[in-house]
Design a protein around this ligand. Sequence first.
Ligand SMILES: C[S@@+](CC[C@H](N)C(=O)[O-])C[C@H]1O[C@@H](n2cnc3c(N)ncnc32)[C@H](O)[C@@H]1O
Length: 262
Amino acid sequence: MISNEHHEHASSTGPTSPSAVTVDPPKVNDYNSFAEAYTAENETNLINAHYERPAMLALAGDVAGRRILDAGCGSGPLSAALRDRGALVSGFDASAGMLELARRRLGDGTDLQVADLGSPLPYADDTFDDVVASLVLHYLEDWGPALAELRRVLKPGGRLIASVDHPFAINLMHRQAGREADYKYFDTTNWTEEWTMGGQTALMSFWHRPLHAMVEAFTGAGFRIMVISEPEPDPAARELFPEVIAAKPRFLCFLFFVLQAD
Ligand SMILES: C[S@@+](CC[C@H](N)C(=O)[O-])C[C@H]1O[C@@H](n2cnc3c(N)ncnc32)[C@H](O)[C@@H]1O
């Protein structure tokens, strides 16, 4: 395993434990508070810029003329790359701060909306040729409502292209930290860690989900699995991160799916 998005920034803290004293719970996954710092890092680092994003673009293939929804678009780097390749892109994200950066990148004319994956989405049925969902599904405990909505807004035969934390990588991380009793591979479990970015610390909360549960969620929502991918990093990574890539030319980090709406 290589440091993934999480471990690159932070040390894992394990599950958040209940406290006897009632205090305001710490805000989790507060992308508004570190939108600029996250965006700067995501722009150039190994795992987003030279691994995850190139893999998503390769899986998407020729997107010229396709209408694509970027679910959990963040500050819009994937949207921008898809648009450069001729796609007509819409995006949504739960974080207004991230969307503000996306608006700056993509321009006021781009359809960008604050919306929550898991709740009803502000798009008509059968609108999009593709949905891309980069590193967002693992924030959700229940994928059912989210996938049903993504299926609804896709045209029949449309594709959902998704990347998520690789469940083996997360399980390996817990094992290496001696926490396998609390985080069994076959359980869908919440885990938290702290990210330090731009000089500030943020508490992040994720859902580990075993591979079979991912497959069941996709097929149960009316998707056919076309591709499961564990890609290599972009060739440029060899020059940009020579020591890391020399040590680990391939690594467990994210898992990628191409799904087709039945
Ligand atoms: C790891 S970032 C990835 C951003 C972008 N997809 C990229 O690859 O650069 C995860 C994004 O998912 C968004 N997010 C998390 N939970 C969400 C939800 N329930 N609905 C919509 N967006 C969500 C966050 O605000 C954040 O922008």
